[in-house]
Design a protein around this ligand. Structure first.
Ligand code: UDP
Length: 354
């Protein structure tokens, strides 16, 4: 196969773009720096349990086009996400809604009925500690859009997300990626980081979804990130917490949450009923340093300014590369430096001009 297009990075954005290019008749080489494709959705099946290697990934979307696209490759189970919070050893049902208010205040209340004092108490109980662990700063210094991701409900619903379409690929996340890339016009090379050469030597389009600063050797400085560390444990019991995710609200607990992956596949509950153990992962958040995995971009004035400078570098590179047929198209969570849900990353890839 004579390659005419390169896709660098095989996460959701890269694989969606690669598939679209292949179906448009292009001959695509997918280069993936890691040893396997799938980005942070990558999983490993252990003892029949699909372990999400980079923390829980729950597919949820209101975007019909995205939903149709992913359903071309895999089917989804009926899992609907809900999250518990452990505060001082007591369990509450997130998000903040009538259920949690009843549990916390001991009486039926709607969020609209809360006084300022109530709101502060709730914030201190469920947001302050968690957010300071997650972001390393006090919640007042976190962009409000981050905390606003957490829905407020005026009903007893404990659904974490509003989206009509939710689920986990029944065949597993790895299979989603394998099938997206399974096309005669796509060749995949893993352990193959993309290295940007001079503009003149670039003779074909490159769709790049790695970190935008690393594309240029971070020559203007590193974009700041939060990184995560996962501690995974096999336990010789059927069930550890009876839920996929329990958030630990207290600043005194060093981890932010515990994931228990077997609960993502309720359709396999029969098989899990056999005593084969369970697998849990404790998630710890910390400041990123070069060499760490990038998880959450830190949105502030300084990072936005630095990002704009890297985007200018892409534009100047493209102006120079145009004469030799080269072009850099930068996208995805790492390329755009965006806090992307999975569906948003696919939607962005479906909108890329090819
Ligand atoms: N958050 C919180 N307490 C919680 C859950 C979330 O304070 O129990 C805040 C926290 O700042 C977090 C943000 O809300 O970063 C978004 O939460 P989400 O569950 O969407 O985080 P993600 O799963 O994307 O890490």
């Amino acid at each position: 196969m004579l390659v005419d297009t390169i896709v660098a990075g095989a996460g959701l954005w890269g694989c969606t773009v690669a598939r679209r290019l292949a179906e448009a008749g292009r001959h695509v080489l997918v280069l993936e720096k890691r040893k396997a494709v799938g980005g942070n959705c990558r999983c490993r099946t252990e003892k029949g349990i699909e372990v999400h290697l980079y923390g829980s990934h729950i597919f949820h979307t209101s975007n019909e086009e995205v939903w149709k696209f992913v359903n071309r490759f895999v089917s989804f189970n009926d899992y609907r996400h809900s999250v518990l919070a452990n505060r001082r050893g007591k369990i509450y049902h997130l998000p903040i809604g009538c259920t949690l208010l009843k549990e916390f205040f001991g009486r039926a209340l709607k969020p609209s009925e809360l006084t300022e004092v109530d709101r502060t108490a709730l914030f201190d109980a469920f947001i302050r500690g968690y957010t300071s662990k997650q972001w390393g700063v006090s919640p007042e210094d976190v962009d409000p859009s981050v905390i606003a991701r957490l829905k407020v409900r005026d009903t007893f619903s404990t659904d974490y997300f509003d989206d009509p379409h939710q689920g986990i690929p029944a065949e597993g996340y790895n299979e989603l990626f394998r099938r997206m890339l399974d096309h005669p016009n796509i060749r995949v090379k893993c352990n193959a980081p993309f290295v940007l050469q001079s503009a003149k030597s670039l003779t074909c389009p490159v769709y790049y979804s790695g970190p935008i600063d690393q594309l240029f050797g971070s020559r203007l400085g590193h974009l700041p990130w939060r990184t995560l560390r996962f501690e995974t444990e096999h336990l010789p019991r059927r069930d550890f917490q009876g839920a996929t995710v329990v958030n630990y609200s207290d600043a005194s607990v060093p981890y932010t949450r515990i994931h228990e992956f077997r609960h993502y596949h309720p359709e396999k509950a029969g098989a899990f009923a056999k005593p084969q153990g369970t697998i849990i992962t404790r998630e710890y958040s910390s400041a990123w340093k070069p060499g760490d995995e990038q998880y959450y971009p830190i949105d502030n004035a300084a990072s936005r300014e630095l990002l704009a400078k890297y985007r200018q570098l892409v534009d100047s590179f493209n102006a120079e590369a145009a004469s030799s047929g080269g072009k850099l198209i930068v996208g995805g969570r790492l390329g755009e430096y965006r806090y992307y849900d999975m569906d948003k990353s696919i939607a962005a890839a479906l909108a890329v001009e090819i």
